[in-house]
Design a protein around this ligand. Structure first.
Ligand SMILES: [Zn+2]
Length: 325
């Protein structure tokens, strides 16, 4: 879906104004990435963006959005991984927070272990600096990663070598079908223009009894409902899609998966007191006093889980799991 479909929009004119936080044109007005419908209801508007819910399938998505190549060039540069405005886009210091990410991924993989194969080949899609891969390698997996953003990929290549880290996307990954016992997408699905194509390719790459792990934010969570447009996952330049348990299941079923396990409890993160302070300020400016207190806490890491992200474990659907959906 790289080009605007002429005359297809049923919304007010969109698309030529720059995103509030970034220069450049905001691109195209997409149809629903899950069902193709253009029927939708506007939940709210912010800057040039409308956040809409598909009337046919309930997927929440952002319009307008950049086309795929512009996304990569304009959104995921070096300033995404060390962002001066992480509340709107990116991370304040992704590499600097290595210890926190390693702790988070070790906890997540430990919690998921009983639903996963004991070892084999694992692929982390959107592996960034490879922190999830480190934790998985410690559990005995042969780890591989894909990371389209060169700015952060260098860190993964330095750690695992160029042969293990692919620079493109799932579509042009050179591996044969059924190559991986485990494929993970941490904070990835919501960034994609075509999530169904990515899931279909994931299915192809997964071994017949392999497992897929997806983590993404839950737009039906209490935090999302309570906070409305102040919900911290509304970052319109990068979070193009907002799934719920139902729409995520629908996306998986449409691409030949069945859901085995779903949790919100396992989706927490170790974060710095500084991060908590930053988020508290976003949620409510009057919480500034609490934010300042949090920032001064004499601890390195806090485990935070607002229960607004979900982790799903899935496998290929059907009795003959080797066949096409
Ligand atoms: Zn839809």
């Amino acid at each position: 879906m790289n080009e605007r479909e002429p005359g297809a929009s049923q919304e007010a004119p969109v698309g030529t104004q720059a995103a509030a936080d970034l220069p450049g044109p905001a691109g195209i007005d997409p149809a629903c990435a899950l069902c193709g419908s253009r029927e939708r209801r506007i939940l709210f508007r912010e800057g040039p963006h409308s956040i809409v819910r598909c009337s046919a399938c309930e997927l929440v998505y952002v319009t307008p959005r950049r086309e795929e190549r512009a996304l990569m060039a304009e959104v995921y540069g070096a300033d995404y991984w060390r962002s001066p405005a992480a509340r709107e886009r990116g991370y304040s210091d992704y590499l600097g927070d290595e210890a926190l990410y390693l702790r988070t991924f070790r906890a997540r993989w430990r919690r998921l272990a009983r639903h996963l194969p004991r070892g084999g080949r694992a692929l982390d899609v959107g592996c960034a600096a490879g922190f999830s891969m480190v934790a998985l390698a410690e559990r005995g997996f042969e780890v591989h990663g894909i990371e389209p953003s060169p700015a952060i990929r260098a860190a993964a290549v330095a750690r695992f070598g160029a042969a293990r880290i692919h620079g493109g996307t799932l579509v042009d990954l050179p591996h044969k079908p059924k190559s991986f016992e485990l494929i993970s997408l941490w904070d990835v699905l919501e960034h994609l223009c075509d999530p169904l194509a990515a899931l279909a390719r994931t299915r192809e790459l997964l071994a017949p009894e392999g497992r897929l792990v997806i983590e993404t934010q839950d737009v039906n969570s209490w935090a999302a409902r309570l906070l409305g447009r102040r919900w911290t996952h509304y970052k319109h330049a990068e979070h193009l899609l907002h799934f719920s348990p139902r729409t995520l299941t629908r996306a998986l079923e449409r691409t030949g998966f069945e859901v085995l396990f779903r949790t919100r409890r396992g989706a927490g993160k170790y974060v710095s007191p500084r991060f908590v302070a930053e988020r508290a300020r976003r949620v409510a400016p009057w919480l500034a006093w609490a934010a300042d207190a949090a920032a001064r806490l004499p601890v390195e890491a806090l485990y935070v889980n607002p229960q607004d992200e979900m982790i799903v474990v899935a496998r290929r659907a059907g009795p003959g799991r080797g066949s096409s959906p």
